[in-house]
Design a protein around this ligand. Structure first.
Ligand code: SF4
Ligand code: MSK
Length: 644
């Protein structure tokens, strides 16, 4: 397959070609070797949950050995995927909570509370007293409550109270208000083990509950605590794509998800002592760049460049310019090991829960974080002399990132009257037709970045504001879509007018995978601000992830659906089609219960049409698609105007 068919990213195309010439393997090659992929797996109809199996449903064998039917098996597999995604996000959230608490207690001295305004706001929300108390004292109480959310024996997630009241009532009525994150994940595994829950609707109901424990629990806590600890993002510029690598500096790639380590590496790379060491080995400086969600975290808070997204991780090493790649958790391909072995790159794992065979491990010690980061930077500096041939694609784009809920609020309303009112007004008057979250991964089954960027272009052309997270953000940024100058040229006239007035691009980069919770908070604020219905399901909004890879994307999709949104995935990445009942419930029936639903469409232009139709239907239901009535002034009106 030609490089162009594999990726729409021109820098990636160059590197794919070079890797092929060098006989090196990457994810696209491995996908080809996997073809044809298992049809049973694609349909979600295989089960290997117990030792009587593995079983698969066929025309001949319509039941597993235990008697499980296709609906049970497909629903169970779906639940397990969602629960695994929840576990990943939420374990990230728990790690942040642990470091947050340690920092507050002074046990992790290299971390300090950066955003006290946000700390105070969260403390109030949690019922923690703030008056006449020291910042760290408040933070200890907040940290303890946050950490308890993962395993508390009683009660429900406190963050779920951020949802509009009718949504909370609906969750209560339906019995899916999320309890402790660990409990929901554990119950998911229990229910889906052999001989337990055999009612597909009941299984899918729990998929809602466990997903909500992520969106309105673990992942939301991760975002909140990261903002308080590392600073709430505000819009700033950065550069994106492999052209950010430097041929005369020590290049360090930070890859994965948790900013706990990458924040420290970024700081250590600017340390005078480290820079002096770099000079000694003949490098002009130390260049830190990110891949995947760690990259989003760093660009949003520090303007640190992004080298690429999920499918770029192996290609970046193949430039020969990377002295060290430090990885933590999630979306780290084992294939990195073999690519790194072809170059001088030192691949280093840093999370004790995520090691790779034969790969160096430097344990991230939060009580001594800066020292650990310096050790890693020194390893990179020491490796500079081992560089061989280097080829860095020249392509890079200027991007704007950092659209947290707080920054959107501020940009719309100003510091003293921060408000979503202008956004609501412009949705109501039709200048902005609606809002769509374009999120998620890059999957080698489709040309890299193509569906995210095509969909985004279609949406902004049709005056729909796009909020983006994860690798989709990086896809958009690589094509200039998060840069106001370039993107506004592609934007419909009325959305453009609003964006130019406020000074924002039509595609707002909101952060990493866990930061999808910023979208939930923003949607809740749209409802609270008024004029767009009473519940999240009334809003003219949708979500889309056409290049989904990770189980985390399934969890995100499910919590958006359970929160009342339409969520569109590509058909190829939804392993549910083996069961008509499960498919019908997730695409239709669930909407009657919760107001949201799943849909599939692999073609990004058709997906945009589907989303636009949905948004217009929501606008109709809200009564905001009425043509403005022509008002003829009579004498009383004229007099009233004159008095004014
Ligand atoms: Fe087969 Fe039932 Fe065991 Fe699954 S749980 S492997 S369907 S016997
Ligand atoms: S990194 S989950 S490939 S967005 Fe968050 Fe990217 Fe998807 Fe991983």
């Amino acid at each position: 397959m030609e490089a162009k068919e594999r990726s729409s990213d021109i820098a990636a195309q160059e590197m794919i070609t070079r890797m092929a010439e060098a006989g090196q393997q990457n994810a696209w090659d491995r996908l080809e070797l996997q073809m044809p992929q298992c049809g049973f797996g694609k349909q979600g109809v295989c089960c290997r949950i117990c030792a009587m199996g593995p079983c698969r449903i066929t025309k001949k064998a319509k039941l597993g050995v235990c008697g499980a039917d296709v609906d049970t098996i497909v629903a169970r597999n779906f639940l397990r995927a969602v629960a695994a995604g929840v576990a990943a996000h939420s374990d990230h959230g728990r790690t942040v909570a642990e470091v947050f608490l340690a920092a507050a207690k002074g046990e992790a001295p290299d971390y300090q509370i950066k955003d006290t305004t946000k700390l105070f706001a969260l403390a109030e929300e949690l019922g923690v007293k703030t008056k006449d108390r020291a910042v760290n004292e408040i933070a200890v109480d907040v940290g303890k409550i946050a950490l308890a959310e993962f395993g508390k024996p009683e009660g429900t997630q406190f963050m779920a109270k951020r949802a509009p009241a009718p949504r909370q009532e609906l969750w209560d009525k339906f019995g899916i208000t999320p309890r402790a994150v660990d409990r929901e994940v554990t119950e998911s595994l229990h229910r889906s083990t052999m001989g337990v829950d055999q009612d597909y609707k009941n299984i899918l109901k729990h998929a809602c509950r466990v997903a909500l424990a992520d969106g309105w629990g673990g992942a939301m806590l991760a975002t909140e605590l990261q903002d308080i600890l590392f600073g709430t993002p505000y819009p700033g510029r950065g550069e994106v794509n492999m052209g950010v690598l430097k041929d005369d500096e020590v290049n360090i790639i930070v890859h994965g998800h948790e900013p706990i380590l990458s924040e420290m590496i970024a700081a250590a790379s600017a340390d005078d002592e480290m820079l002096a060491e770099a000079k000694k080995v003949g490098a002009k400086g130390i260049n830190v760049a990110g891949t995947c969600c760690t990259a989003n975290e760093l660009l949003m808070r520090h303007g640190i460049p992004i080298a690429g997204n999920f499918l770029n991780q192996e290609l970046v090493i193949a430039t020969g310019a990377i002295e060290l790649m430090a990885v933590d958790v999630q979306c780290v391909m084992q294939g990195l090991t073999s690519v790194a072995s072809c170059y001088h790159t030192r691949l280093v794992t840093t999370a004790d829960k995520a090691k790779m065979p034969g790969i160096e491990h430097v344990s991230m010690d939060e009580t001594n974080a800066y020292k650990t980061a310096k050790e890693l930077v020194m390893m990179a500096v020491g490796n500079y002399k081992n560089r061989g041939d280097v080829y860095i694609p020249k392509h890079k784009k200027s991007a704007v990132g950092g659209f947290s809920f707080e920054s959107i609020n501020y940009m719309l309303g100003g510091r003293f009257r921060a408000s979503f009112r202008p956004l609501n007004d412009n949705i109501i008057n039709g200048k902005i037709r609606g809002i769509v979250g374009v999120v998620g991964c890059t999957n080698p089954k489709v040309p890299q970045d193509l569906t995210h960027t095509t969909l985004t272009r279609e949406l902004i052309k049709n005056n729909i504001l796009v909020l983006t997270t994860g690798c989709a953000t990086i896809a958009c940024a690589k094509q200039g879509l998060t840069n106001p100058k370039e993107a506004l040229e592609l934007t419909g006239p009325s959305l453009r007018e609003v964006c130019e007035t406020v000074g924002i691009p039509p595609v707002l980069a909101c952060g990493s995978c866990v930061d999808n919770t910023r979208l939930l908070v923003s949607c809740s604020e749209l409802v609270r601000e008024g004029g767009l219905g009473d519940d999240l399901s009334d809003l003219p909004v949708a979500g889309a992830c056409l290049e989904s890879v990770s189980e985390k994307a399934m969890a995100i999709g499910q919590y958006f659906v359970a929160s009342g949104a339409l969520v569109v995935f590509a058909k190829e990445v939804m392993p549910i089609f083996g069961s008509e009942n499960v498919t019908d419930y997730l695409f239709n029936g669930i909407e009657k219960d919760l107001g949201g639903r799943w849909a599939v469409e692999s073609d990004p232009v058709k997906a945009a049409e589907m989303i636009i139709e949905h948004i217009e239907a929501k606008r109709d239901a809200l009564g905001i698609n009425k043509k403005a009535e022509r008002k003829l002034y009579d004498m009383d009106d004229r007099r009233a105007l004159a008095i004014e």
